[in-house]
Design a protein around this ligand. Structure first.
Ligand SMILES: Cc1cc2nc3c(=O)[nH]c(=O)nc-3n(C[C@H](O)[C@H](O)[C@H](O)COP(=O)(O)O)c2cc1C
Length: 192
């Protein structure tokens, strides 16, 4: 049985948190339309465990729409200070509402209000429209907790492939690929 790639991810992630000057939790998220046209953007990792890698977004955004039509994604972490990358591929599910509520409640009030004010991925006539909506939300929720906007939700990527790349001298980089096999993982080395 191969080493557990999620334990290896945790070890690298811990090192990245100590080494990176900012955003060790930033990851590129690639999605694709039902016709397989790809798109990619950065998001933040908000949870990781045996069940997968979790991030939060607006379900009506471009990424959200693509994930609902084609629930597969690829993630990429690049930790420059460590000269490492981790690549993850798998199927995607929405996290349950109670979990999204619990995470939303931990966010700062301004980000909570921002989530209400933003219509992510929709064209915006100008910045002041967004600012006006933000002010409107401030008043709407004045004196009360800000609830999670119904379309603001978490998605979780359940990995079926995880590849760890690290820089080595003379371009003999190391690549360890883990592929899910039943309840465990198979491991192989790849050419650099
Ligand atoms: C470092 C970084 C982290 C980001 N984290 C998130 C995030 O966690 N969730 C999110 O919805 N957008 C995040 N964004 C903004 C997205 O990259 C993107 O602009 C936005 O979500 C709209 O994407 P879409 O139109 O492809 O759906 C982040 C951007 C950067 C640069």
């Amino acid at each position: 049985m191969a080493e557990d790639p999620l334990a290896l991810f945790d070890a690298w992630y811990t090192e990245a948190k100590a080494a990176e000057i900012n955003d060790p939790d930033a990851m590129a998220l690639a999605t694709a339309t039902a016709e397989a046209a790809p798109s990619v953007r950065m998001v933040l990792l908000k949870g990781v465990g045996p069940e997968g890698f979790t991030f939060y977004t607006n379900a009506d955004s471009r990424k959200g729409t693509e994930l609902q039509a084609n629930p597969k994604a690829s993630l990429l972490f690049h930790w420059k200070a460590l000269r490492r990358q981790v690549r993850v591929e798998g199927s995607v599910t929405e996290v349950d509402q109670a979990e999204s509520d619990a995470y939303f409640a931990t966010r700062g009030r301004d980000s909570q209000l921002g989530a209400w004010a933003s219509d992510q991925s929709r064209p915006l006539d100008d910045r002041s429209t967004f600012e006006a909506r933000f002010e409107e939300m401030k008043q709407r929720f004045d004196g009360q907790d800000v609830p999670r906007p119904p379309r603001w939700t978490g998605f979780r990527v359940r990995p079926v492939r995880i590849e760890f790349w690290s820089d080595r001298p003379h371009r003999l980089h190391e690549r360890r690929l883990f592929v899910r096999e039943g309840d465990g993982w198979l491991e192989g080395l790849l050419y650099p």
